[in-house]
Design a protein around this ligand. Structure first.
Ligand SMILES: NC(=O)c1ccc[n+]([C@@H]2O[C@H](COP(=O)([O-])OP(=O)(O)OC[C@H]3O[C@@H](n4cnc5c(N)ncnc54)[C@H](OP(=O)(O)O)[C@@H]3O)[C@@H](O)[C@H]2O)c1
Length: 326
Protein backbone atom coordinates (compact mmCIF):
# COMPACT_ATOMS: atom_id res chain seq x y z
CA UNK A 1 0.00 0.00 0.00
CA UNK A 2 1.28 3.47 -0.88
CA UNK A 3 1.75 6.13 1.79
CA UNK A 4 0.35 9.56 0.89
CA UNK A 5 2.69 12.41 1.84
CA UNK A 6 1.79 16.10 1.76
CA UNK A 7 4.82 18.33 1.12
CA UNK A 8 4.56 21.91 2.35
CA UNK A 9 6.96 24.40 0.77
CA UNK A 10 7.52 22.38 -2.39
CA UNK A 11 8.44 25.51 -4.34
CA UNK A 12 11.48 26.00 -2.07
CA UNK A 13 14.83 24.24 -2.35
CA UNK A 14 14.35 21.75 0.49
CA UNK A 15 10.71 21.02 -0.39
CA UNK A 16 11.53 20.56 -4.07
CA UNK A 17 14.24 18.04 -3.11
CA UNK A 18 11.72 16.21 -0.92
CA UNK A 19 9.29 15.96 -3.85
CA UNK A 20 12.10 14.72 -6.10
CA UNK A 21 13.05 11.98 -3.61
CA UNK A 22 9.45 10.99 -2.90
CA UNK A 23 8.70 10.73 -6.63
CA UNK A 24 11.02 7.69 -6.84
CA UNK A 25 10.29 6.34 -3.34
CA UNK A 26 8.98 2.77 -3.59
CA UNK A 27 6.35 3.15 -0.83
CA UNK A 28 5.47 6.87 -0.72
CA UNK A 29 3.77 9.18 -3.16
CA UNK A 30 3.25 12.91 -3.12
CA UNK A 31 -0.41 13.50 -2.23
CA UNK A 32 -0.09 17.26 -2.73
CA UNK A 33 2.63 19.89 -2.78
CA UNK A 34 2.16 23.46 -1.58
CA UNK A 35 3.56 26.71 -2.94
CA UNK A 36 2.71 29.76 -4.98
CA UNK A 37 3.23 28.14 -8.41
CA UNK A 38 1.24 26.26 -11.05
CA UNK A 39 0.45 22.69 -10.07
CA UNK A 40 0.69 23.40 -6.35
CA UNK A 41 -2.03 23.89 -3.78
CA UNK A 42 -1.82 26.94 -1.56
CA UNK A 43 -0.06 26.50 1.77
CA UNK A 44 -3.31 27.23 3.63
CA UNK A 45 -5.33 24.75 1.55
CA UNK A 46 -2.80 22.03 2.36
CA UNK A 47 -3.74 22.29 6.02
CA UNK A 48 -7.16 20.78 5.28
CA UNK A 49 -5.85 17.95 3.05
CA UNK A 50 -5.75 14.56 4.78
CA UNK A 51 -2.60 12.51 4.21
CA UNK A 52 -0.69 9.75 6.00
CA UNK A 53 2.29 12.02 6.59
CA UNK A 54 3.47 15.58 6.07
CA UNK A 55 6.85 17.14 5.40
CA UNK A 56 7.10 20.82 6.36
CA UNK A 57 9.75 22.71 4.37
CA UNK A 58 8.56 26.16 5.40
CA UNK A 59 10.43 29.08 7.00
CA UNK A 60 11.00 29.01 10.73
CA UNK A 61 8.43 31.12 12.53
CA UNK A 62 5.77 29.71 10.17
CA UNK A 63 6.44 25.99 10.09
CA UNK A 64 5.78 25.35 13.79
CA UNK A 65 2.23 26.67 13.60
CA UNK A 66 1.58 24.44 10.55
CA UNK A 67 2.88 21.48 12.59
CA UNK A 68 0.54 22.38 15.43
CA UNK A 69 -2.50 22.64 13.13
CA UNK A 70 -1.74 19.36 11.35
CA UNK A 71 -1.18 17.54 14.66
CA UNK A 72 -4.57 18.74 15.90
CA UNK A 73 -6.45 17.99 12.65
CA UNK A 74 -4.81 14.68 11.74
CA UNK A 75 -3.41 13.13 14.93
CA UNK A 76 -2.69 9.78 13.25
CA UNK A 77 -0.42 11.35 10.63
CA UNK A 78 3.35 11.70 10.98
CA UNK A 79 4.75 15.24 10.67
CA UNK A 80 8.43 15.93 9.99
CA UNK A 81 9.36 19.60 10.32
CA UNK A 82 12.48 20.65 8.39
CA UNK A 83 12.51 24.09 9.96
CA UNK A 84 14.13 25.10 13.25
CA UNK A 85 10.80 25.63 15.01
CA UNK A 86 10.81 22.39 17.01
CA UNK A 87 14.54 21.77 17.37
CA UNK A 88 15.39 23.65 20.55
CA UNK A 89 14.20 22.29 23.89
CA UNK A 90 12.78 25.46 25.45
CA UNK A 91 11.08 28.70 24.41
CA UNK A 92 13.86 30.67 26.11
CA UNK A 93 16.56 28.98 24.02
CA UNK A 94 14.50 29.44 20.85
CA UNK A 95 13.93 33.15 21.56
CA UNK A 96 17.61 33.67 22.38
CA UNK A 97 18.76 32.34 19.01
CA UNK A 98 15.83 33.40 16.78
CA UNK A 99 14.98 36.79 18.37
CA UNK A 100 11.27 36.01 18.39
CA UNK A 101 9.01 33.71 20.34
CA UNK A 102 8.55 30.17 18.99
CA UNK A 103 5.34 29.76 16.97
CA UNK A 104 4.42 26.51 18.74
CA UNK A 105 5.89 26.64 22.26
CA UNK A 106 3.71 23.76 23.44
CA UNK A 107 5.49 21.44 20.98
CA UNK A 108 9.03 22.27 22.11
CA UNK A 109 10.73 19.30 23.70
CA UNK A 110 8.02 16.96 22.42
CA UNK A 111 9.48 16.09 19.03
CA UNK A 112 12.62 13.94 18.87
CA UNK A 113 15.61 15.74 17.34
CA UNK A 114 15.91 13.65 14.22
CA UNK A 115 19.63 13.19 13.75
CA UNK A 116 18.61 9.72 12.76
CA UNK A 117 21.69 7.73 13.67
CA UNK A 118 21.34 9.07 17.24
CA UNK A 119 17.58 9.11 17.66
CA UNK A 120 16.12 6.24 15.70
CA UNK A 121 14.44 4.65 18.71
CA UNK A 122 12.61 7.89 19.47
CA UNK A 123 11.79 8.59 15.82
CA UNK A 124 10.46 5.08 15.13
CA UNK A 125 6.66 5.46 15.20
CA UNK A 126 6.84 9.16 16.22
CA UNK A 127 4.05 11.46 15.03
CA UNK A 128 6.23 14.57 15.17
CA UNK A 129 9.94 14.91 14.35
CA UNK A 130 12.24 17.94 14.46
CA UNK A 131 14.57 17.53 11.48
CA UNK A 132 18.06 18.92 12.20
CA UNK A 133 19.64 21.85 10.40
CA UNK A 134 22.16 21.33 7.61
CA UNK A 135 25.26 22.79 9.28
CA UNK A 136 24.14 21.22 12.55
CA UNK A 137 24.04 17.78 10.94
CA UNK A 138 27.52 18.22 9.44
CA UNK A 139 28.92 19.26 12.83
CA UNK A 140 27.02 16.94 15.15
CA UNK A 141 27.69 13.69 13.28
CA UNK A 142 31.45 13.72 14.06
CA UNK A 143 31.22 15.61 17.36
CA UNK A 144 28.68 13.36 19.07
CA UNK A 145 30.82 10.23 19.17
CA UNK A 146 33.88 12.24 20.23
CA UNK A 147 32.02 13.91 23.10
CA UNK A 148 30.24 10.70 24.09
CA UNK A 149 33.60 8.92 24.37
CA UNK A 150 35.14 11.83 26.30
CA UNK A 151 37.97 12.12 23.78
CA UNK A 152 37.91 15.87 23.15
CA UNK A 153 37.84 19.08 25.16
CA UNK A 154 34.77 21.35 25.14
CA UNK A 155 36.47 24.01 23.00
CA UNK A 156 35.75 23.28 19.31
CA UNK A 157 36.39 25.49 16.27
CA UNK A 158 34.35 24.83 13.14
CA UNK A 159 35.07 26.41 9.78
CA UNK A 160 32.25 25.42 7.43
CA UNK A 161 31.33 26.14 3.81
CA UNK A 162 27.92 25.74 2.21
CA UNK A 163 26.53 25.89 -1.30
CA UNK A 164 24.06 28.68 -1.97
CA UNK A 165 20.88 26.55 -1.78
CA UNK A 166 21.49 26.54 1.98
CA UNK A 167 20.17 30.10 2.07
CA UNK A 168 16.83 29.26 0.43
CA UNK A 169 15.34 30.72 -2.72
CA UNK A 170 14.40 34.16 -1.41
CA UNK A 171 15.94 36.99 -3.46
CA UNK A 172 19.03 38.50 -1.82
CA UNK A 173 21.72 40.70 -3.32
CA UNK A 174 24.57 38.57 -1.96
CA UNK A 175 23.08 35.53 -3.67
CA UNK A 176 22.91 37.07 -7.15
CA UNK A 177 25.00 35.13 -9.66
CA UNK A 178 27.45 38.01 -10.18
CA UNK A 179 27.95 38.43 -6.44
CA UNK A 180 28.47 34.71 -5.85
CA UNK A 181 30.32 33.36 -8.89
CA UNK A 182 34.15 33.20 -8.73
CA UNK A 183 34.07 34.59 -5.21
CA UNK A 184 34.13 33.31 -1.64
CA UNK A 185 33.13 34.93 1.63
CA UNK A 186 32.29 34.33 5.26
CA UNK A 187 29.04 35.38 6.90
CA UNK A 188 27.35 35.40 10.32
CA UNK A 189 30.60 36.07 12.22
CA UNK A 190 30.80 35.82 15.98
CA UNK A 191 28.38 33.59 17.85
CA UNK A 192 25.46 34.64 15.66
CA UNK A 193 24.68 31.59 13.55
CA UNK A 194 21.65 29.81 14.99
CA UNK A 195 22.98 26.31 14.43
CA UNK A 196 25.48 26.92 17.24
CA UNK A 197 22.62 26.73 19.74
CA UNK A 198 21.18 23.67 18.05
CA UNK A 199 24.46 21.71 18.13
CA UNK A 200 25.22 22.72 21.70
CA UNK A 201 21.71 21.60 22.75
CA UNK A 202 21.98 18.31 20.83
CA UNK A 203 25.38 17.49 22.34
CA UNK A 204 24.15 18.37 25.81
CA UNK A 205 21.05 16.20 25.41
CA UNK A 206 23.07 13.22 24.16
CA UNK A 207 26.18 13.43 26.32
CA UNK A 208 25.49 15.82 29.24
CA UNK A 209 28.33 18.02 28.01
CA UNK A 210 27.83 21.42 26.42
CA UNK A 211 30.65 22.31 24.02
CA UNK A 212 31.91 25.80 23.44
CA UNK A 213 31.65 26.22 19.68
CA UNK A 214 33.36 28.80 17.54
CA UNK A 215 31.54 28.46 14.24
CA UNK A 216 32.39 30.35 11.04
CA UNK A 217 30.10 29.68 8.05
CA UNK A 218 31.14 30.54 4.50
CA UNK A 219 29.24 30.83 1.24
CA UNK A 220 30.59 28.73 -1.61
CA UNK A 221 29.86 29.57 -5.25
CA UNK A 222 28.24 26.16 -5.83
CA UNK A 223 24.62 25.07 -5.59
CA UNK A 224 24.74 22.37 -2.96
CA UNK A 225 26.93 20.69 -0.37
CA UNK A 226 28.52 21.46 2.99
CA UNK A 227 32.14 20.83 3.94
CA UNK A 228 32.82 21.49 7.62
CA UNK A 229 36.35 21.50 9.02
CA UNK A 230 36.39 20.91 12.77
CA UNK A 231 39.43 21.66 14.91
CA UNK A 232 39.24 19.78 18.21
CA UNK A 233 41.59 19.84 21.19
CA UNK A 234 42.57 16.43 22.49
CA UNK A 235 45.42 14.65 24.24
CA UNK A 236 44.76 11.61 22.03
CA UNK A 237 46.15 10.78 18.58
CA UNK A 238 44.01 11.25 15.48
CA UNK A 239 43.81 7.46 15.07
CA UNK A 240 41.97 7.12 18.39
CA UNK A 241 39.38 9.72 17.37
CA UNK A 242 38.97 8.12 13.97
CA UNK A 243 38.42 4.76 15.58
CA UNK A 244 35.78 6.15 17.95
CA UNK A 245 33.82 7.71 15.09
CA UNK A 246 34.20 4.65 12.86
CA UNK A 247 33.10 2.32 15.66
CA UNK A 248 30.01 4.43 16.41
CA UNK A 249 28.92 4.39 12.76
CA UNK A 250 29.98 0.85 11.88
CA UNK A 251 27.16 -0.70 9.88
CA UNK A 252 25.44 2.63 9.20
CA UNK A 253 24.28 2.97 5.62
CA UNK A 254 24.68 6.71 5.31
CA UNK A 255 27.60 7.73 7.57
CA UNK A 256 31.06 6.71 6.44
CA UNK A 257 34.54 7.33 7.78
CA UNK A 258 36.99 7.70 4.90
CA UNK A 259 40.77 8.14 4.64
CA UNK A 260 41.12 11.21 2.42
CA UNK A 261 39.31 14.51 3.08
CA UNK A 262 35.85 14.15 1.50
CA UNK A 263 34.78 16.26 -1.47
CA UNK A 264 31.36 17.79 -2.03
CA UNK A 265 31.02 15.68 -5.15
CA UNK A 266 31.30 12.55 -2.96
CA UNK A 267 28.02 13.41 -1.22
CA UNK A 268 26.09 15.65 -3.64
CA UNK A 269 22.62 14.28 -4.49
CA UNK A 270 22.93 11.58 -1.82
CA UNK A 271 21.88 11.09 1.80
CA UNK A 272 25.50 10.31 2.71
CA UNK A 273 27.81 11.82 5.28
CA UNK A 274 31.56 11.37 4.85
CA UNK A 275 34.00 12.05 7.65
CA UNK A 276 37.80 11.94 7.75
CA UNK A 277 40.14 12.49 10.71
CA UNK A 278 43.71 13.88 10.60
CA UNK A 279 46.57 14.90 12.82
CA UNK A 280 46.45 18.65 13.47
CA UNK A 281 49.71 19.19 15.34
CA UNK A 282 50.33 19.03 19.10
CA UNK A 283 47.09 18.65 21.06
CA UNK A 284 44.88 19.12 18.03
CA UNK A 285 43.03 16.93 15.55
CA UNK A 286 41.29 18.09 12.36
CA UNK A 287 38.03 16.46 11.25
CA UNK A 288 36.39 16.97 7.85
CA UNK A 289 32.66 16.37 7.51
CA UNK A 290 30.79 16.55 4.20
CA UNK A 291 27.08 16.26 3.46
CA UNK A 292 24.65 17.52 0.84
CA UNK A 293 22.74 20.31 2.60
CA UNK A 294 19.59 19.32 0.69
CA UNK A 295 20.19 15.58 1.24
CA UNK A 296 21.37 14.47 4.68
CA UNK A 297 21.12 18.16 5.68
CA UNK A 298 17.41 18.48 4.85
CA UNK A 299 15.09 16.42 2.63
CA UNK A 300 17.10 13.17 2.68
CA UNK A 301 17.28 13.01 6.46
CA UNK A 302 13.61 14.08 6.63
CA UNK A 303 12.64 11.06 4.53
CA UNK A 304 14.97 8.83 6.58
CA UNK A 305 13.00 10.01 9.63
CA UNK A 306 9.69 9.70 7.81
CA UNK A 307 10.49 6.09 6.90
CA UNK A 308 11.13 5.29 10.56
CA UNK A 309 8.07 7.17 11.78
CA UNK A 310 5.94 5.20 9.31
CA UNK A 311 7.46 1.85 10.23
CA UNK A 312 9.23 1.51 6.88
CA UNK A 313 12.83 0.44 6.35
CA UNK A 314 14.92 3.48 7.27
CA UNK A 315 16.89 3.86 4.03
CA UNK A 316 13.99 3.27 1.66
CA UNK A 317 14.15 5.48 -1.42
CA UNK A 318 17.28 7.31 -0.33
CA UNK A 319 20.31 7.57 -2.62
CA UNK A 320 23.76 6.66 -1.33
CA UNK A 321 27.00 6.42 -3.27
CA UNK A 322 28.18 3.87 -0.73
CA UNK A 323 25.10 1.79 -0.15
CA UNK A 324 23.01 2.35 -3.29
CA UNK A 325 19.31 3.12 -3.31
CA UNK A 326 17.32 0.90 -0.94
N1 LIG B 1 17.98 24.95 2.09
C1 LIG B 1 18.60 24.12 2.96
O1 LIG B 1 19.74 23.65 2.69
C2 LIG B 1 17.93 23.71 4.24
C3 LIG B 1 18.56 22.73 5.03
C4 LIG B 1 17.97 22.33 6.23
C5 LIG B 1 16.78 22.93 6.63
N2 LIG B 1 16.20 23.89 5.85
C6 LIG B 1 14.96 24.49 6.34
O2 LIG B 1 13.89 24.09 5.50
C7 LIG B 1 12.94 25.15 5.41
C8 LIG B 1 12.79 25.51 3.93
O3 LIG B 1 14.06 25.96 3.48
P1 LIG B 1 14.35 26.30 1.95
O4 LIG B 1 15.80 26.56 1.88
O5 LIG B 1 13.73 25.29 1.06
O6 LIG B 1 13.57 27.69 1.81
P2 LIG B 1 13.06 28.40 0.49
O7 LIG B 1 13.79 27.90 -0.70
O8 LIG B 1 13.10 29.86 0.78
O9 LIG B 1 11.53 27.95 0.38
C9 LIG B 1 10.59 28.34 1.34
C10 LIG B 1 9.27 27.67 1.08
O10 LIG B 1 8.33 28.15 2.07
C11 LIG B 1 7.25 28.81 1.41
N3 LIG B 1 6.89 29.99 2.19
C12 LIG B 1 7.62 31.14 2.29
N4 LIG B 1 7.01 32.00 3.14
C13 LIG B 1 5.89 31.37 3.57
C14 LIG B 1 4.83 31.74 4.47
N5 LIG B 1 4.84 32.94 5.09
N6 LIG B 1 3.83 30.86 4.68
C15 LIG B 1 3.83 29.65 4.07
N7 LIG B 1 4.79 29.26 3.22
C16 LIG B 1 5.81 30.10 2.98
C17 LIG B 1 7.73 29.13 0.02
O11 LIG B 1 6.62 29.05 -0.86
P3 LIG B 1 6.15 30.17 -1.89
O12 LIG B 1 7.25 31.17 -2.03
O13 LIG B 1 5.83 29.42 -3.15
O14 LIG B 1 4.92 30.72 -1.22
C18 LIG B 1 8.70 27.99 -0.27
O15 LIG B 1 8.00 26.88 -0.76
C19 LIG B 1 13.48 26.30 6.25
O16 LIG B 1 12.92 26.28 7.52
C20 LIG B 1 14.97 26.01 6.31
O17 LIG B 1 15.60 26.55 7.44
C21 LIG B 1 16.74 24.28 4.67
Amino acid sequence: MQVDVGVFGATGYAGREAVRLLSVHPRCRVAFATGRADGHVSHEEGLSRRADAYLLALPHGVSGSYAETLRASFPAAAVVDLSADLRLPTAAEYAAWYQHQPPAPALLGRAPYGLTEWSRDAVRGARLVANPGCYATAMALPLLPLFAAGLVEDDVVVDAKSGATGAGKGPREDLLFCELADDFSAYAPGRSHRHIGEVEAALFAATGRRPSLTFCPHLLPVKRGILATLYVRTPHPAAALREAIAARYAGERFVHVVDAPPRLSDVAHTNDSRISVHDGGPGRVVVFSAIDNLGKGAAGQAIQNLNLALGLEEGLGLPSLSGGRA
